[in-house]
Design a protein around this ligand. Sequence first.
Ligand SMILES: *Cc1c(COP(=O)(O)O)cnc(C)c1O
Length: 239
Amino acid sequence: MTDRKAQLAANLAQVEERIASACAAAGREREEVTLIVVTKTYPASDVRILHQLGVRHVAENRDQDAAPKATACADLSLTWHFVGQLQTNKVRSVTGYADVVQSVDRAKLVTALSAAAVRGERELGCLIQVALDAESGERGERGGVAPDGVEELAAAIESAPALRLDGLMTVAPLAGEYAGRQRAAFDRLMEISSRLRAGHPAANMVSAGMSGDLEDAVAAGATHVRVGTAVLGVRPRLG
Ligand SMILES: *Cc1c(COP(=O)(O)O)cnc(C)c1O
């Protein structure tokens, strides 16, 4: 094993242990939670190693980094998640490799994603990103729609050709009433998810929790955690 592979294997084992413990503590089956490794800023060679180590879900947040990486790893069976703020001029590129876009937060983006998916002849999974700290009608600083805008977007996604409504995503807010209260934030996301699922039963994905707060997310009921730093190391720059 190379040094890098040994390092990633050790880190993955630690994250796996954390997820397993959090599931046990919450009385959940380990299979209920899927690990998505956020590979942003790290090279395609790391994605390749992660695949060898059994990782099947990876996430990226910037198209400029993600597109060449996905191309370099096109031979691997991986599910690619796009989790960053997405400008409509990047939609066509993102739709070329992403299986799921987790950061859908406005109607204009739904229209653009649908057009690109139709044109690329593929079905694209969509998660609505919820900004728990956004006021009604506004968007969050790091993207996301305010909780009261979720239903309207869900209806738009569901009626858009080539898009599939998979569920919700959030990033725990750094400011506002949920700052430093990850568990409360994720509980709130689960409430919004329950309401969404009442009308859209198949939209049962709940993507929440990162390196620092995955236990809170698993305790609240998240189905997917997005872990970068704890697997790959501290990123060399903001990403
Ligand atoms: C970078 C990122 C993560 C992973 O964060 P870590 O703290 O490195 O685990 C998760 N979700 C999103 C949306 C991100 O941009």
